[in-house]
Design a protein around this ligand. Structure first.
Ligand SMILES: O=C(O)CCC(=O)C(=O)O
Ligand SMILES: [Fe+2]
Length: 288
């Protein structure tokens, strides 16, 4: 799927899009090899890997079993560049040509990367429940201006978009990313009945994501993770973007120390600033 009008329609309608074959089998293999070289702890010890600017070790959980997405963050913890430090192929996903037109229609010409992390899961693992960061289902559901899925004058304004790259076959019967299509526009909180056993709710879909596909979704979509059922491990890389004047984290993803990024990739890691006035367009000629 590469027709922008179709992507725009489906993103607005569903709150997410899946684009298959965004990466070749060779590109997927290279990313997987670079991850293998990190000798990461098994998924049972840590579902997230390569996070920045919030390291998995800086999540403070009030009790065991609280999902990472609900933990508080130790503000004194160090930051870093996460998996961007593991090689150029990870930096090249930051502004991959398949995602840039979709991000542009959603976030405008000036946006930034707020945070990133990887997810790995093994057979039988569950992770987190349904959640949305904005809108009726958000934990802080008094809406703060500039955060909800606002739509005016024929354009979508503001918010966060997650770009999730699948490095192993996921979705459908395998489990992994799941969501309630259209829920970014819902006016009611997601009912507890759907939250309980969300994997089994007919309202929840688990989009098929063959290795090499990429999903883009708004953080105002009610989404979560369905239990992983496949023999092979789940591997996904999540990059979270927002309009340039917004930030979710109080810290910034640092530029990698051993990979040279392009001028455009460096802009994506800048401090927040008003679009175009204090934060430059990603779509103009950028002097190196
Ligand atoms: O399993 C997934 O891809 C969803 C992850 C997610 O929503 C989160 O970590 O906040
Ligand atoms: Fe999420």
């Amino acid at each position: 799927m590469d027709d922008l009008e179709l992507q725009q329609y489906l993103f607005d309608l569903q709150g997410y899009l899946v684009i298959e074959n965004a990466l070749s089998a060779e590109e997927v293999a290279t990313l997987n090899r670079l991850i293998d070289e990190q000798n990461l702890p098994p998924p049972s010890e840590s579902t997230r890997f390569g996070s920045a600017p919030t390291l998995a070790s800086s999540l403070v959980k009030p009790e065991k079993g609280v999902p990472d997405s609900e933990a508080r963050v130790d503000q004194s913890a160090p930051v870093g560049s996460g998996f961007l430090d593991w090689g150029k192929p990870f930096c090249d996903l930051l502004d991959h040509p398949v995602i840039m037109p979709v991000l542009r229609m959603r976030l405008g010409d000036a946006f930034r990367l707020d945070r990133l992390y990887g997810m790995n899961m093994s057979k039988g693992m569950a992770y987190g429940g349904l959640h949305a960061d904005y809108g009726a289902t958000a934990p802080q559901s008094e809406l703060q201006p500039g955060q909800y899925y606002a739509f005016r004058a024929n354009q979508i304004y503001e918010g966060f978009v997650v770009v999730a790259w699948a490095l192993s076959d996921g979705g459908g019967e395998h489990g992994g990313f799941c969501c309630i299509p259209g829920s970014h526009k819902s006016n009611y909180k997601v009912p507890q009945q759907i939250r309980d056993d969300h994997d089994l709710s007919p309202a929840v879909v688990i989009p098929k994501m063959p290795a090499g596909s990429v999903a883009l979704f708004t953080e105002s979509l009610t989404h979560g993770t369905a239990t992983w059922h496949a023999e092979h491990e789940r591997r996904a890389l999540l990059y979270k973007y927002c309009v340039s004047h917004l930030a979710w984290t109080s810290k910034r993803v640092e530029a990698p120390t051993n990979v040279e990024m392009t001028a455009r990739q460096e802009i994506l890691l800048r401090e927040p600033g008003d679009p175009l006035r204090h934060f430059q367009s990603l779509f103009e000629e950028i002097p190196a």
